[in-house]
Design a protein around this ligand. Structure first.
Ligand code: HEC
Length: 205
């Protein structure tokens, strides 16, 4: 728990530094505005995405992978909640989703985020609209690019950014390609493939 808290505070610190530097400290009017007032929704979305991906990478490489290598009873396990000894811990994607759920419950957060995929293992991650299908299809066809567009949801305007989530380590495709939840049309993922996306939504009004 201690480790998670320090990861989060590290992330918040990074973001605070970024927001402060984006506010234009030479402008007295801007500096008296609330944090973030001077930065574009795109910069804000890019910044929070950088922090969440850094935290996920650190959790995957420094916690999950290290535990797997150690002779430790504590193991990452998708079914960690059903495990009665209390020794199982969540997978990186589950950790990510639980964080996203907490942010969605926080009215002061000012944005929401989620994992999405055209080929989800967890049906919560499937595209919920034509807009999301368009964004995911764009990312699959244009490797290396992000997708940015304004979106209207329930009468409210959002700046929406989709960032590709790629198969960067062997563990990504080996676990996904062999997973019992995969659908009939599930691709055979390999290194570098776009497996899904991180979606960030920033309300514009
Ligand atoms: C040990 C198995 C395992 C590994 C390793 C793994 N994943 Fe996953 N991944 C899952 C599971 C299970 C889910 C669904 C989690 C949930 O319940 O939210 C998931 C969810 C996802 C999603 C959201 C769409 C979906 O399938 O539900 C993406 C995108 C994703 N993973 C990409 C990756 C990438 C990229 C890596 C490597 C950096 C990776 N995964 C490593 C098992 C794994």
């Amino acid at each position: 728990m201690k480790y998670r808290v320090s990861l989060i505070s590290y992330g918040v610190l990074n973001l605070a530094v970024l927001l402060a530097s984006g506010c234009g400290s030479s402008n007295a009017a801007a500096s008296s505005q609330s944090a973030g007032a001077g930065i574009s929704p795109k910069k804000f979305a890019d910044a929070v995405h950088a922090v969440m991906m850094a935290d996920r990478t650190v959790y995957a490489s420094q916690v999950v992978t290290r535990l797997k290598k150690q002779d430790s009873p504590v193991k990452p396990d998708e079914y960690w909640q059903d495990e009665t000894t209390g020794h199982a811990i969540p997978l990186p994607a589950q950790m990510f989703r639980m964080g996203a759920e907490l942010v969605a419950e926080d009215p002061g957060a000012g944005f929401t985020y989620s994992l999405k995929s055209l080929w989800p293992l967890n049906s919560q991650h499937k595209p919920a609209s034509d807009f999301e299908i368009e964004a995911l299809t764009f990312l699959s066809k244009n490797p290396g690019e992000n997708f940015y567009q304004e979106e209207t949801l329930g009468g409210k305007k959002y700046f929406t950014a989709f960032y590709p989530d790629r198969a960067v380590a062997e563990a990504c495709w080996s676990c996904h390609n062999d997973h019992p939840n995969k659908a009939e049309d599930y691709p055979e993922f390999k290194e570098g493939d776009v497996m899904g996306a991180v979606a960030v939504r920033v309300p514009l009004e």
